[in-house]
Design a protein around this ligand. Structure first.
Ligand code: PLP
Length: 392
């Protein structure tokens, strides 16, 4: 018959949709809703990057490029990984895709078979489990609440790894928590992984540049070089350079995995946008000074929001290390208001406080909420005021 594929039915519709739709509805009705749901920086793309795109158009760089990215961009990525991350890759170990999201999707399509297990720490970036399901694999989740600063322990990892584990996903600094693993913590996780040679590791480094921890950025390959031959490093220009709309991300890893991803990409999307690739060369090779003012603003907002949240009844926020999110526990507020779930709390807050945030259950952890501070300080001050009043 003409029903949809099973694979589609395995993917759940996002629980964030209800709140987003309600926010749009209320805005359309003229209500002054403050959105704290943004998944992207609120800054404009830096001028020199936009100029590079304009010049690329004028120079006629408007045709297909190599499937895996232009030589200029691949070389810029190679240099970036060597210079900023102390990781050396050959050009056939690098693939440029239409956003880090596309890179991650390609990884899963390239290495997962039916019934393979994918270890995903909770709370997670919403797409990981569904991408695993789209690849016919089975998500195996490890819950890490605020009491462990949202970081999985080596013991938890050991208890979840099996002979079926094909992929372990790490995201540091993390969406939705803003927390980053230390080098020592990554070394401890890596020591466990050494005993499971079948498992690939995916390190999602997309928030690398939005980090204010004491330690410089470190991923699991930096911490455990022995894992390099089965780790895929994911990064991109979206968050650090405020380029979410340009859709350029990349993967670096073992040549056979990258080659398989390239083959999949060649039969699906082909090359990412030629103009966006030219802009990304400017982002990676141009003045890195454009990052610092954005980082400074995010950190100031983080400090303000976390402090404001911790002064609210029934709310407990953990200090983050980076990103533009915080993930407070709000179970106390849910209880105080006589509500049942974090989804009900989000609905209550949008109706009573005109503030839109995303319930924690969207990220796999009930009793929490994700607040994005990728919006102006003025908005944040107003929003925190309204939340404090609504929570009593
Ligand atoms: N990984 C994480 C953890 C993210 O939060 C996001 C964006 O929200 C992505 C990947 C995807 O980034 P891109 O815009 O490059 O596809």
């Amino acid at each position: 018959d003409n029903s949809l594929a099973n694979r589609v039915q395995r993917v759940k519709p996002s629980p964030t949709l209800a709140v987003t739709a309600r926010a749009a509805e209320l805005r359309a009705a003229g209500k002054d809703i403050i959105g704290l749901g943004a998944g992207e920086p609120d800054f404009d793309t830096p001028e020199h990057i936009k100029q590079a795109a304009i010049e690329a158009i004028q120079a006629g760089q408007t045709k297909y490029t190599a499937v895996d990215g232009t030589p200029e961009l691949k070389q810029a990525i190679q240099k970036k990984l060597a210079g900023q991350n102390d990781l050396s890759y050959e050009l056939n170990q690098i693939l440029v895709s239409a956003g880090a999201k596309h890179s991650i999707y390609n990884v899963m399509q390239a290495i997962l078979d039916a019934d393979d297990e994918v270890i995903i720490p909770i709370p997670y970036w919403v797409s990981y489990p569904d991408m695993a399901r789209l690849a016919d694999a089975v998500p195996r989740e490890i819950e890490a609440t605020k009491d462990q600063r949202f970081k999985i322990t080596p013991e938890q990892l050991e208890a979840t790894l099996t002979s079926k584990t094909k992929l372990v996903i790490l995201n540091s600094p993390s969406n939705p928590t803003g927390v980053a693993y230390t080098r020592a913590e990554l070394q401890a996780l890596g020591a466990v992984l050494e005993n499971y040679p079948r498992a690939y590791v995916l390190t999602d480094d997309i928030y690398e540049h939005i980090l204010w921890a004491d330690e410089p950025f470190t991923n699991i390959v930096n911490a455990c070089p022995g894992l390099k031959e089965r780790t895929i490093v994911i990064n991109g220009v979206s968050k650090g350079y405020s380029m979410t709309g340009w859709r350029i991300g990349y993967a670096a890893g073992p040549a056979d995995v990258i080659g398989a991803m390239k083959k999949i990409q060649s039969q699906s999307t082909s090359n990412p946008c030629s103009i966006a690739q030219a802009a990304s060369v400017a982002a990676l090779t141009g003045d890195q000074g454009c990052i610092a003012p954005m980082l400074k603003a995010f950190r100031e907002r983080h400090d303000f929001v976390v402090n404001a949240l911790n002064n609210m009844k029934g709310v407990e926020a953990v200090e983050g290390d980076g990103t533009f999110y915080t993930f407070p526990r709000v179970q106390g507020a849910i209880d105080n208001l006589g509500l049942k779930t974090d989804v009900e709390l989000a609905e209550h807050l949008i109706n009573e406080a005109n503030v839109a945030l995303v319930p924690g259950s969207a990220f796999g952890l009930d009793g929490y909420a994700r607040i994005s501070f990728a919006t102006s300080m003025e908005n944040l001050e107003k929003a925190m005021d309204r939340l404090a009043k609504a929570l009593g």
